[in-house]
Each structure stands twice: as C-alpha cells, then as structure tokens.
Ligand binder design. Structure first.
Ligand code: GLV
Ligand code: MN
Ligand code: MN
Ligand code: MN
Length: 394
C-alpha cells in the first residue's frame, strides 16, 4: 500500500509544485503516468488536449466506471491537489485487480490535463474538452505563448509514445473523484472522510484600471491619473461589498499587475483578478450584480469575465453508497459542500458523479505547505477501491 506514497514521491520531486498545463513538469508526469499504466496492463489514450486515459479490462466490453482528477497545479502549489486523485485512483484500481481479478465492467483512470486556470485565462479545459463543452478562444500565457502552441507541442510528444491511442474517448458510466478537502472542516471534526453533496458556483473576472504614466516627482497630486490610486480605492469598496454579502460568499483578489511597475513613475495601468463563489447561483448572481454596478461607476475601468460555473449537485445515490461502505469499513465520515472547484463539476452534467475527500492538515491548500497524513491518504484510496469495486460489479 505504500505504492501510493512511493508514487507521490516519484511524481513530486520539487518542493514547490509548478505543473502548469503543458509545461515540462506537467509533460514528464503525464508521460510517467502513461508508462506506469501500460506496464500494469492498461491501454493508454491521449486526446488532443492532453487528457490521459488508462483503460483496464472488464469481463464485459461495455462503458467503464471511471475515476481520476487533474495533473496540473496552481503556481507554487502543493503535492496533493489533483495528483492525489490521479495516483490514488491508479492504486485503487490496482488493488481491485490484485484482490478480486477482472471486474464485470472495465475501469478507467483519467488524468485531466488542466483544471486550475493558472497558466492561461481558461479553467477546467481538460474535463470540458472531454465532455464536449469547451469553447475555444485565442488565449496566451504571460510569456505570450498561445494555448494552442503550447498544447500542440506537449500533446504531440505524448501521442507519439509507443502504443498510445489518440482518438476521442467516450464518456464513462460513472465518475468518482478522490481529492484532499482543501479546507478545515474534516480537520476540525476529526472525521476521516468527506462525502461531497455539491460544489460552489464560481465566477472569475479580470479588471483593468487605466491611468496615465507620469513623473513621480513633478506631477501635481491633483493632476494625476494614477491607476494604483483608483484600483486600490476600488478594491477597498469591493471588499466592503463582499463583507455584507451572503455568509458563504467568498471573494478573492489574488493577482495584481501594475504597469510600468517602477517606483518613480505614476502607474499607467493596474490589472487585477476577482474570484467569487457562493453555494447557490442566486447568491452569486446577487453579489455579482452589485459588484459590476460598482465597477461600472469607476472611470477608465474595463472588466472581462473569465470563468462562470453553476453550483452543482453531485449524485445522491453514489454518495449514499459510499456512506454505507465507509460505515462497513469503520471510517468516520461527514457530508460536505465543496468550496473548491473540481472536474467533477463538469462531469456531473453528463454522468452520475461523486467525490471522496480526505482531511487537509490545518485546512491548508494551494501552497507548498499543503499536507495530508499518509494514513488518511491511504484510507481514501481504500474507500475508493471498494466504491469502484461495487460500481464495476453492479
Ligand atoms: C481549484 O482548485 C479552485 O477551486 O480554484
Ligand atoms: Mn483540485
Ligand atoms: Mn486546485
Ligand atoms: Mn452493471
């Protein structure tokens, strides 16, 4: 069972995880996963967006039961977000074949190419491509490399590996995603497993405040068009608005870019991101309507929406099945609503989908200090194995 810990070490040699979609670290991990799957009897497929599918045989040649998560990380991310669901899924599938032989229905492990939106202004592109819901636009990363250039370069290298299939892959019969909780609730309740009822609604924006670059020493204060002065006043108003919104609304300004970013020049422009989430679409819409009104009142300010996903209810049947299994296994559990976005959110519009969470120490995630105890990681894998076993023999 320490296979999981060995694999996690092997797939995360750096302290900081920077597996931004299609970069070298991302490519070497997707490649290593393909080889690992092929060595263990799977057929590997890589689609044109770099999603990796490992298909393991069933007694019947019908639609598979699937598990998996995403291979990318946020910039300076942790070791477990995404990767745990990929490698944990692999180990769970291995356990099933070792302990019970070939199940009735086939099993599929999916390593989605991208979920985080941290390199390009696009999010969930892996699962959206898989489900046929991706709308493509010309977008570039901060170095000016377009999504399509980066994608073609990386994906070709994976598709050229021996015995790799490259066609589009049909949808599975169910999807189960194993993930760290990324929040404090399991750590606080001392429960070992979280069974997810649903996932938050989410919207993201990019706001640009335009000013006029000028000399810091000679431009009178009242004659300035200082983009930082305008943007910081606007940010204070936005935080105040968020503080008055629904209790479970979250509001984050996580990225700020100033141009020219020089100490003795009045700023010409200030661009910042907004990430806001709520448990229901109505709560989020109520906040966003007020937020956009506030932004509209600010002169020389433009706003682009970069992400919009609805709140999602996951499968009650699969969650209840997992609750019964957790009880049989003597694992303490609670139901949870997820404040983090997941590929399951996209999958659940097409197939019955469920998620299993394990505790995050101190609720910390999206940083290199993200940590989950080994025993907790292994419990999640055991529950996933039993869940997939039941689903694949149903
Ligand atoms: C993805 O991890 C997100 O919720 O931002
Ligand atoms: Mn994740
Ligand atoms: Mn994440
Ligand atoms: Mn069946």
């Amino acid at each position: 069972m320490s296979q999981l810990l060995d694999l996690l070490n092997q797939f995360t040699h750096q302290h900081n995880q920077n597996r931004l979609v299609y970069n070298q670290d991302w490519l070497s991990n997707q490649r290593a996963l393909i080889l690992l799957g092929q060595r263990n009897g799977a057929t590997a497929t890589v689609d044109d967006y770099g999603n990796v599918y490992l298909d393991f045989p069933g007694q019947m040649n019908d639609r598979p039961v699937a598990t998996g998560s995403h291979m990318d990380t946020v910039k300076h991310g942790g070791r477990y977000d995404g990767l745990y669901g990929v490698l944990g899924g692999f180990c769970a599938i291995q356990q099933i074949y070792e302990q019970h032989g070939i199940p009735k229905h086939p099993l599929r492990l999916i390593s989605f190419s991208e979920e985080e939106g941290s390199r390009f202004p696009a999010t969930f592109t892996g699962s959206k491509y898989y489900t046929g819901t991706l709308q493509t636009e010309v977008i570039s990363d901060k170095q000016g490399i377009t999504f399509d250039e980066a994608r073609r370069l990386a994906v070709t290298q994976l598709q050229q590996l021996p015995h790799v299939k490259t066609q589009r892959v049909s949808l599975p019969v169910t999807f189960t995603e194993l993930h760290i909780e990324q929040g404090p609730r399991l750590a606080e309740s001392h429960k070992k497993i979280g069974l997810v009822t649903g996932i938050v609604a989410q919207k993201r924006y990019e706001v640009t405040v335009h000013g006029q670059a000028n000399h810091a020493g000679t431009t009178p204060m009242i004659q300035r068009q200082d983009a930082i002065a305008t943007a910081s006043a606007l940010m204070a108003k936005l935080y105040a608005l968020a503080a008055k919104a629904a209790e479970d609304l979250t509001f984050t300004i996580g990225e700020i870019h100033v141009s020219p970013n020089v100490s003795n020049v009045v700023a010409e422009s200030c661009r910042f991101t907004i990430d806001c989430r709520a448990n229901t679409d109505d709560q989020l819409t109520a906040f966003v309507t007020q937020m956009l009104q506030l932004l509209e009142q600010s002169k020389r300010t433009s706003v682009i929406e970069t992400l919009c996903v609805s709140a999602t209810r996951l499968s009650d049947d699969l969650r209840m099945q997992n609750a019964a299994l957790a009880t049989q296994m003597n694992y303490s559990y609670q139901t949870l609503f997820s404040g983090a976005g997941h590929d399951s959110q996209i999958m659940s519009s097409f197939v019955p989908t469920t998620m299993i969470f394990v505790p995050s120490e101190a609720g910390i995630s999206h940083t290199p200090t993200e940590y989950t105890k080994s025993a907790d990681l292994l419990m999640g894998v055991s529950l996933l194995a039993n869940s997939l076993f039941v689903q694949a023999n149903g």
